[in-house]
Ligand binder design. Structure first.
Ligand SMILES: [Zn+2]
Length: 292
């Protein structure tokens, strides 16, 4: 009750502010960071909702932001993919939205370059899988290596079903090699953002991500987030900090046909009408992404 009352008050105040300004909302431009104080959808056309932490494409999962393993919808990649790429195992799974985007990206990649050698070697992992991977890395390469490359159980974003590790088949198609931006594969690094994917652990950001540079690990964050992150050169941790500057009751962020704002978990406001997505950031906030 208290939450709704607070929401309505905030909405009313915002509405009065907007009314006072009068006139038509300026045309959103396509540059990132174009923020306007007048929203196309005034807050009095929003409703307060409650949402589960951990749901959505923008969740941050790391050793510092553990995963609570909420129920996530997963789909097997095998049987639900085009023939232009391979799988290391038949039981690999992703969230449906991440798989749809991966299929589109790798189909377009294959059509453009003629290359069909991409091999998906890792996708969703549960806690036990991550634990055995971490322990194996410690045994084989030592603890320093394991800590640099392998997240602790509960701290891997593979737990979300939104991340994939890519590899390449050698010419004899017998073994898999690390994935790097060489030759045709540069296309994937240059175009993944259009499909909502980011290179999650780039070189030069290790002090922020806590993970050594990994040229093979791609993460689905969705559109338009991947594009904004690419243009601004932000990793997920930095992007979520950046979005926190665009509060529901303050200036919103405009990018192309999208409008974005950040909400605290106890005051989540979404548009009453129209198309939007809501994502937890897995650190106490939520991001609303409205498509115009
Ligand atoms: Zn990975």
């Amino acid at each position: 009750m208290h939450r709704i009352h607070f929401g309505l008050t905030a909405c009313l105040m915002a509405f009065l502010l907007f009314s006072g300004c009068g006139g038509k909302a300026p045309e959103p431009d396509h540059s990132v960071g174009a923020s306007l104080s007048i929203s196309d959808v005034p807050l009095n056309e929003c409703i307060a909702v409650e949402a589960e932490s951990g749901a959505g494409s923008l969740v941050l999962v790391s050793n510092g932001h553990g995963w609570s393993f909420p129920d996530a919808q997963l789909i097997q990649i095998y049987g639900n993919k085009p023939a232009c790429y391979s799988l290391r195992a038949a039981d690999l799974q992703l969230q449906p939205e991440a798989l749809t985007a991966l299929n589109a990206m790798l189909s377009d990649y294959s059509e453009t370059t003629g290359d069909r050698s991409v091999n998906v070697v890792a996708a969703w992992r549960d806690r036990e899988m991550q634990e055995s991977l971490y322990n194996r890395a410690v045994e084989t390469h030592g603890e320093a290596y394991a800590n640099a490359y392998i997240a602790r159980p509960g701290g891997s974003e593979h737990h979300t079903g939104l991340a994939v590790d890519l590899a390449v088949w050698h010419a004899d198609r017998s073994t898999s090699a690390d994935f790097t931006p060489d030759g045709d594969r540069l296309w994937i690094y240059e175009n993944c953002a259009r499909y909502g994917y980011i290179l999650r652990y780039p070189a030069g950001k290790e002090n922020i991500t806590g993970i050594a540079a990994e040229s093979w690990h791609f993460r689905y964050v969705g559109v338009p987030h991947a594009e904004i992150m690419g243009i601004k050169g932000l990793v997920l941790e930095e992007y979520l900090d950046f979005l926190q500057g665009y509060r529901v009751d303050g200036e919103h962020l405009y990018f192309g046909e999208y409008e974005l704002w950040y909400c605290e978990s106890d005051a989540i406001f979404v548009p009453k009408f129209g198309e939007y997505t809501l994502s937890s950031d897995n650190r106490g906030g939520f991001i609303v992404t409205v498509k115009r």
